[in-house]
Design a protein around this ligand. Sequence first.
Ligand code: ZN
Length: 155
Amino acid sequence: MNKYFELATAATIKGMRRREGGPFGATIVREGQVIAAVGNTMVRDTDPSAHAEMVAVREACQKLGTMDLSDCEIYATCEPCPMCVGVMMWANVKKVYYSSTREEAALHGFSDMHLRRYLEGTAPELFNMEYVGERTDCNQLWQIFKDIEGEANHD
Ligand SMILES: [Zn+2]
Protein backbone atom coordinates (compact mmCIF):
# COMPACT_ATOMS: atom_id res chain seq x y z
CA MET A 1 0.00 0.00 0.00
CA ASN A 2 2.87 2.42 0.83
CA LYS A 3 4.29 1.94 -2.65
CA TYR A 4 0.98 2.80 -4.32
CA PHE A 5 0.51 6.00 -2.30
CA GLU A 6 4.14 6.94 -2.95
CA LEU A 7 3.62 6.57 -6.70
CA ALA A 8 0.48 8.72 -6.52
CA THR A 9 2.18 11.46 -4.51
CA ALA A 10 5.27 11.42 -6.76
CA ALA A 11 3.09 11.84 -9.87
CA THR A 12 1.17 14.63 -8.15
CA ILE A 13 4.29 16.54 -7.11
CA LYS A 14 5.68 16.24 -10.64
CA GLY A 15 2.38 17.51 -12.07
CA MET A 16 2.19 20.43 -9.64
CA ARG A 17 5.79 21.48 -10.49
CA ARG A 18 4.86 21.39 -14.17
CA ARG A 19 1.71 23.40 -13.39
CA GLU A 20 -0.46 20.58 -14.73
CA GLY A 21 -2.85 20.39 -11.81
CA GLY A 22 -3.59 20.51 -8.11
CA PRO A 23 -2.53 18.47 -5.08
CA PHE A 24 -4.39 15.25 -5.81
CA GLY A 25 -3.09 11.94 -7.08
CA ALA A 26 -4.21 8.38 -7.65
CA THR A 27 -2.71 5.00 -8.45
CA ILE A 28 -4.76 2.24 -9.99
CA VAL A 29 -3.69 -1.31 -9.33
CA ARG A 30 -4.83 -4.58 -10.86
CA GLU A 31 -3.90 -7.76 -9.02
CA GLY A 32 -0.78 -6.17 -7.56
CA GLN A 33 0.29 -4.59 -10.84
CA VAL A 34 0.35 -0.79 -11.20
CA ILE A 35 -1.69 0.23 -14.24
CA ALA A 36 -1.49 4.02 -13.80
CA ALA A 37 -0.10 6.50 -11.30
CA VAL A 38 -1.26 10.02 -12.02
CA GLY A 39 -1.84 13.49 -10.67
CA ASN A 40 -4.72 15.84 -11.28
CA THR A 41 -4.40 17.41 -14.78
CA MET A 42 -7.17 20.02 -14.73
CA VAL A 43 -4.85 22.92 -15.56
CA ARG A 44 -2.91 21.16 -18.33
CA ASP A 45 -6.08 19.88 -19.99
CA THR A 46 -8.33 22.88 -19.22
CA ASP A 47 -10.71 20.22 -17.98
CA PRO A 48 -12.78 20.50 -14.80
CA SER A 49 -13.29 16.73 -14.86
CA ALA A 50 -9.57 15.89 -14.86
CA HIS A 51 -9.45 14.91 -11.19
CA ALA A 52 -6.77 12.33 -10.41
CA GLU A 53 -9.22 9.45 -10.05
CA MET A 54 -10.86 10.35 -13.39
CA VAL A 55 -7.47 10.56 -15.11
CA ALA A 56 -6.50 7.19 -13.59
CA VAL A 57 -9.72 5.49 -14.68
CA ARG A 58 -9.41 6.89 -18.23
CA GLU A 59 -5.79 5.80 -18.51
CA ALA A 60 -6.49 2.33 -17.09
CA CYS A 61 -9.48 1.76 -19.39
CA GLN A 62 -7.45 2.75 -22.43
CA LYS A 63 -4.45 0.64 -21.43
CA LEU A 64 -6.55 -2.41 -20.59
CA GLY A 65 -9.00 -1.93 -23.48
CA THR A 66 -12.06 -2.22 -21.26
CA MET A 67 -14.54 -0.09 -19.35
CA ASP A 68 -14.74 -2.75 -16.65
CA LEU A 69 -12.20 -2.26 -13.89
CA SER A 70 -13.84 -4.70 -11.48
CA ASP A 71 -10.46 -6.29 -10.77
CA CYS A 72 -8.83 -2.94 -9.94
CA GLU A 73 -8.26 -0.96 -6.76
CA ILE A 74 -7.51 2.75 -6.51
CA TYR A 75 -5.25 4.48 -4.01
CA ALA A 76 -6.25 8.15 -3.90
CA THR A 77 -4.28 10.75 -1.95
CA CYS A 78 -7.56 12.40 -0.90
CA GLU A 79 -11.15 11.30 -0.36
CA PRO A 80 -12.80 11.15 -3.81
CA CYS A 81 -15.46 13.70 -4.70
CA PRO A 82 -18.94 12.55 -5.83
CA MET A 83 -18.00 12.90 -9.53
CA CYS A 84 -15.07 10.54 -9.07
CA VAL A 85 -17.09 8.14 -6.94
CA GLY A 86 -19.52 8.14 -9.88
CA VAL A 87 -16.92 7.26 -12.51
CA MET A 88 -15.34 4.61 -10.30
CA MET A 89 -18.77 3.04 -9.79
CA TRP A 90 -19.48 3.18 -13.54
CA ALA A 91 -16.15 1.39 -14.08
CA ASN A 92 -16.90 -1.19 -11.34
CA VAL A 93 -13.72 -0.37 -9.42
CA LYS A 94 -13.53 -2.89 -6.60
CA LYS A 95 -12.16 -0.74 -3.78
CA VAL A 96 -10.77 2.72 -3.06
CA TYR A 97 -8.29 3.58 -0.33
CA TYR A 98 -7.76 7.25 0.53
CA SER A 99 -5.78 9.28 3.05
CA SER A 100 -6.62 13.00 3.26
CA THR A 101 -10.27 13.73 3.99
CA ARG A 102 -12.87 16.01 2.40
CA GLU A 103 -12.53 18.28 5.44
CA GLU A 104 -8.77 18.62 4.94
CA ALA A 105 -9.31 19.36 1.23
CA ALA A 106 -11.81 22.08 2.14
CA LEU A 107 -9.31 23.64 4.56
CA HIS A 108 -6.93 23.98 1.62
CA GLY A 109 -9.51 25.57 -0.67
CA PHE A 110 -10.72 22.43 -2.48
CA SER A 111 -14.18 21.89 -1.08
CA ASP A 112 -16.63 19.53 -2.78
CA MET A 113 -19.29 20.19 -0.15
CA HIS A 114 -21.54 22.03 -2.64
CA LEU A 115 -21.74 18.82 -4.71
CA ARG A 116 -22.39 16.71 -1.65
CA ARG A 117 -25.10 19.06 -0.36
CA TYR A 118 -26.81 19.16 -3.76
CA LEU A 119 -26.75 15.36 -4.10
CA GLU A 120 -28.04 14.92 -0.56
CA GLY A 121 -30.96 17.15 -1.51
CA THR A 122 -30.22 19.73 1.17
CA ALA A 123 -29.30 22.52 -1.29
CA PRO A 124 -31.39 22.19 -4.51
CA GLU A 125 -30.70 25.87 -5.28
CA LEU A 126 -27.07 25.05 -6.10
CA PHE A 127 -27.83 23.56 -9.54
CA ASN A 128 -30.53 24.27 -12.11
CA MET A 129 -31.90 21.05 -13.61
CA GLU A 130 -35.44 20.71 -14.97
CA TYR A 131 -37.48 17.84 -16.44
CA VAL A 132 -39.23 19.06 -19.62
CA GLY A 133 -41.47 16.06 -20.16
CA GLU A 134 -41.38 13.36 -22.83
CA ARG A 135 -40.26 14.38 -26.34
CA THR A 136 -40.47 12.13 -29.42
CA ASP A 137 -37.07 13.26 -30.76
CA CYS A 138 -35.39 12.24 -27.52
CA ASN A 139 -37.54 9.18 -26.94
CA GLN A 140 -36.74 7.70 -30.40
CA LEU A 141 -33.11 7.15 -29.34
CA TRP A 142 -34.06 4.08 -27.28
CA GLN A 143 -35.57 2.37 -30.33
CA ILE A 144 -32.78 3.44 -32.72
CA PHE A 145 -30.22 2.03 -30.30
CA LYS A 146 -32.14 -1.25 -30.11
CA ASP A 147 -32.36 -1.42 -33.91
CA ILE A 148 -28.65 -0.74 -34.42
CA GLU A 149 -27.75 -3.33 -31.77
CA GLY A 150 -30.09 -5.81 -33.47
CA GLU A 151 -28.39 -5.22 -36.85
CA ALA A 152 -24.96 -5.68 -35.27
CA ASN A 153 -26.04 -9.00 -33.77
CA HIS A 154 -27.14 -10.24 -37.20
CA ASP A 155 -23.78 -9.47 -38.85
ZN1 ZN B 1 -13.09 14.13 -8.00
